[in-house]
Design a protein around this ligand. Sequence first.
Ligand code: NAD
Length: 283
Amino acid sequence: MELRTVGVLGTGQMGAGIAQVAAEAGLSVLMADINIEIAEKGKAGIAGRLAKAVEKGKIDAARREQVLALLRPVASVAAFEDADIAIEAATENIDLKLRLFKGMDDACPDRAILASNTSSISITLMAAATKRPHRTIGMHFMNPVPVMKLVEIIRGLQTDDETCAAVKALAERLGKTWVSAKDAPGFVVNRILTPMLNEAFYVLMEGLGTPEDIDNGVRLGLNHPMGPLALADLIGLDTILAICEVLHEQLGEDKYRPCPLLRKYVEAGWLGRKTGRGVYKYS
Ligand code: NAD
């Protein structure tokens, strides 16, 4: 099944990134969020990134226009009536995602695949909220989407082989490498990454080092490209807390308990780069 039109629901940092790589691969993209203004903001962010790529000589102005012409912000998911696949990339919250999956199921044609970019939430549960559980799947992109090579593909209990093959082919068309992961909290990547990021907040809370000491220690000592606190600011502290909560609740082990300092930062609205302040300040 060839996929030509992609609907992206949630046009924050991940949704906009997914929309960008889909348009760069020549696919038509519908971008929806809470309202059209937010969807337009998502497209404006892509336009800005592509303008920088033109300035740096990485692409020419005609290529920028070609990609932007394939991106259409829409007022709501109702516009997904011609989508071959809808990819949900909204805030990491189970109740919200169940509601959005019902909406995508109602709006999309019967042939369409419904995918989620969730970091941790059960694909099987989202599939069960639709009338097409066999055509529902997890497509977990990494941040920033245009840069990172990996897509983790997660089959729900109900997902059929045709759907799995179609999204693997789509990931390859987007220039990505895929790995398969079972549908368990956090799948593979976040089962490993999130406890490490959470531990970095415990290390900070216990005063074992400054943010710079912790990040430089991991960067230079473990050869990671970014320190865990800087990475947490990039991902979004609200998203990390939400993933920790899913791991803690569903795996039931104390080792996944969200760090109280992480929770405090989220309560303060210090969500990282996207709000201008997280562990570090951004201007
Ligand atoms: P974000 O905060 O940048 O964007 C979330 C978007 O969802 C916002 O634009 C928001 O307006 C939108 N949204 C909220 N309620 C909505 C609704 N009712 N209808 C439509 N849109 C709605 O978050 P993000 O970092 O882009 O994360 C989005 C998803 O991607 C989450 O499930 C997250 O776990 C996952 N993810 C994030 C990362 C990361 O590094 N940030 C990596 C992989 C996957």
